[in-house]
Design a protein around this ligand. Structure first.
Ligand SMILES: [Zn+2]
Length: 271
């Protein structure tokens, strides 16, 4: 039995059309404010000056200073203030959590087959601060590493196999997408790690993680287990949609609720 979920936020049509695609960060007219930002992982709420965005309660933001890189949620906005600038750190980025589209239930995750609904660049901003100017170099050998049905071929140590499997069971693969053969995943470890891979049929190659391991890591293994799980659901219930789009993106239900549903005051969900 199929269970589509429609999620629509009540956003004026003119604003929706103005949204660039893909969207990484909000670009609205700035309104100066002092905001209180709660950082759940630190269980702290601190004040920040904002002159770059139009911030509202519930917005997910990144700041500079000691908590740079930590995602915080705006819990209070003040427009009437007089502060000494040197006393305040600033808000440096806002995650764009506006989502429009239909989602399908697939175990621990919600799946969409529309590229514009959960693009990687957008979802990445929900979990990670914007990149500093940094140069990465990668090497690819493009050899088939393993078949999804035989992940034992990855030849990881038993410790990594255990951790990877535990990560998978704990739903730490917060997001995974496959566009044609090219896949990406976000895996929650001590920080959020980015995994990329290529998947032809069931054959996996070019598996890379930004934890900079030179061997197959627990994040990569967890991502492959999640990919296999997602494809089982998709092929069983949603094969037509997937075959038409050659694309899917899946987000873990808890993350979707916390980041997309819980942060907004209006919208609708249809089940
Ligand atoms: Zn890794």
């Amino acid at each position: 039995m199929k269970h589509p979920i429609g999620f629509t936020a009540e956003i004026p049509a003119d604003k929706r059309e103005a949204m660039p695609t893909p969207v990484q960060l909000c670009h609205s007219t700035p309104v100066k404010s002092v905001v209180q930002v709660h950082f759940p992982r630190k269980n702290r709420t601190l004040g920040y000056y904002n002159d770059s965005f139009d911030l509202h309660r519930g917005d997910l933001v990144y700041v500079d200073g000691k908590l740079a890189g930590q995602r915080g949620r705006v819990v209070e906005v003040s427009y009437h203030f007089k502060i000494k600038l040197s006393d305040y750190r600033r808000v440096v980025a806002v995650a764009d959590t506006e989502v429009h589209g239909t989602f399908y239930l697939a175990g621990s995750h919600l799946v969409t087959f529309a590229r514009e609904t959960l693009p990687y660049s957008k979802v990445r901003s929900w979990f990670k601060a914007p990149e500093q100017e940094e140069t990465y170099v990668t090497g690819h050998d493009s050899e088939t590493l393993c078949d999804l049905e035989h992940l034992d071929d990855l030849q990881v140590s038993s410790a990594i196999a255990d951790r990877g499997y535990t990560y998978y069971l704990e739903d730490r693969v917060k997001y995974i997408c496959l566009d044609g053969p090219y896949g990406r995943a976000l895996v929650q470890g001590s920080t959020m790690y980015e995994v990329e891979f290529t998947c032809h049929g069931r054959e996996i190659s070019d598996l890379l993680c930004d934890c900079f391991c030179s061997y197959t890591c627990k994040h990569e293994l967890a991502a492959m287990l999640q990919l296999r799980n997602a494809l089982v659901f998709i092929e069983k219930y949603y094969a037509d949609q997937y075959n038409a789009a050659h694309y899917f993106a899946a987000i873990e239900k808890g993350a979707f609720y916390t980041l997309v549903v819980d942060s907004r005051e209006s919208g609708s969900i249809t089940v």
